[in-house]
Write a protein that binds this ligand. Structure first.
Ligand SMILES: [Zn+2]
Length: 425
């Protein structure tokens, strides 16, 4: 039985705790062809009598129509107009239009999944998802990325009761969405290195378990990346499983720690401060690029023992840079990971004593930057910031300020503290 089946069955023992991992997910099916079995899969979940089938025009054509046909009257179609956005107005529209249904069935990728995940959560209804793209790792996660006013927030929601991925449909997804899914998966080594760094320096919680789930597929994915755009179902299965297990890993970790660290901060910075620039590319395309940036930074910093210098939070600089609203949020986040003069001294002592050992442990979980960039190049994915149409000046600002936007201590922070008073925040 593979890992996914064991997790669903509740008999995967977490090596860190010795206890079986319990998830609310009842089914996760990755199939060569789901045609004809859609209704059986849904009915097995026992979600109630009627399901709102949530699609947009693209996902309806890719798969929704087939499911509508399979489910008949029990699944009234809720067709979202235009290109839906993951925002509160659309969540409210879905809630109102599905008020008479027992459950939601999302047909789509990141946006429709997030919308249904959050709408179902607010209404206390179950939901299931038929994925149409292998573009991101959010299918199984318990959070929904929703735009609230001008801020993209990761809001607590719920795992789906079932996730159904048809490899034929995923292989037929637009190339850019496939590249995006690879990009969002490639950050495993940089996210793990950042999370482990924080653990080694500050004894913050850390677990290998989310990464053990991904290990076998990662090798196969990196060896056969080119197959993703050639309809190679075995490689697509690896990607699909990686995306699901990455989402499950976040649920196990109780947060996005194993799949979102410095590389995500760089992309979130652009998304928050330069939304127009951010819209030129998909999330995973950005993460592929920022993963290479973090990988290089991590290798460079691991090669030489850093010395941290005491610094103050330059609140005026942060407000000037981010504006008063986002700036106030950044100051709050930075205060949570702030180091007093004494903390800097004791951290330097710890680094002096153990750096070689820390660097070895971290290096073991990484991959060569060249291997990551070769995977992106193998399928024509963006691999530097200009490919994403990020102007140099804006990219440079993300490098110096992205660490301000969240309380996680990553290699971006280590670089900043090691730079001392030479550079302004
Ligand atoms: Zn991501």
């Amino acid at each position: 039985m593979n890992i996914l089946h064991r997790l669903i069955a509740g008999d995967y023992i977490d090596p860190a705790t010795g206890k079986a991992i319990a998830l609310p997910l009842k089914a996760a099916v990755i199939s060569d062809d789901l045609r004809g079995s859609e209704a059986d899969h849904l009915h097995a979940l026992d979600l109630g009598h009627s399901f709102a089938l949530v699609c947009d025009a693209n996902t309806y054509a890719a798969l929704g129509q087939r499911i509508e046909h399979a489910l008949g009257d029990r699944a009234p179609l809720l067709l979202l107009p235009g290109t839906p956005k993951a925002d509160i107005a659309t969540v409210e529209h879905i809630r109102a239009a599905s008020a008479h249904c027992d459950a939601l069935v999302a047909v789509g990728g990141g946006t429709i999944n997030d919308l249904c995940k959050y709408a179902a959560h607010l209404d206390g209804k179950p939901y299931a998802v038929f994925g149409t793209t292998p573009s991101m790792n959010g299918y199984a996660s318990a959070n929904a990325a929703i735009m609230v006013k001008r801020h993209k927030k990761s809001l607590p929601a719920q795992m789906p009761a079932g996730i159904f991925l048809d490899l034929g449909v995923l292989c037929a997804a637009p190339a850019r969405l496939i590249r995006s899914g690879l990009g969002d998966s490639l950050c495993r080594p940089t996210a793990q290195a950042d999370w482990l760094l924080s653990h080694l320096l500050f004894d913050t919680p850390y677990s290998d378990t989310p990464f053990l789930l991904l290990r076998d597929d990662e090798d196969a994915l990196l060896e056969n990346t080119a197959g993703l755009l050639k309809g190679d179902r075995d490689t697509m299965r690896c990607l699909a499983r990686t995306l699901l297990l990455s989402g499950i890993g976040m649920v196990i970790a109780g947060g996005s720690y194993p799949a979102s660290q410095g590389e995500h901060l760089l992309a979130h910075y652009i998304e928050m401060l330069h939304p127009a620039v951010s819209t030129h590319s998909y999330h995973g395309e950005q993460i592929g690029v920022t993963t290479l940036v973090m990988s290089e930074l991590q290798k460079r910093m691991l090669s030489q023992m850093p010395t941290l210098h005491h610094r103050e939070i330059d609140t005026q600089n942060i407000i000037d840079h981010f504006g008063s609203e986002i700036g106030a949020h950044c100051i709050e986040e930075m205060q949570k990971k702030w180091l007093s003069r004494e903390a800097v001294d004791s951290l330097n002592a710890r680094i002096m004593r153990d750096w070689e050992n820390f660097a070895q442990q971290i290096d073991k979980v990484t991959r060569p930057t060249a291997a990551l960039s070769a995977a992106l190049k193998a399928i024509g994915a963006p691999y530097n910031h200009s490919d994403l149409q990020w102007p140099d000046a804006i990219y440079q600002r993300s490098r110096t300020h992205a660490h301000c936007i969240r309380d996680r201590f990553t290699f971006l922070d280590l670089e900043w503290w090691a730079a001392g008073s030479a550079r302004k925040n």
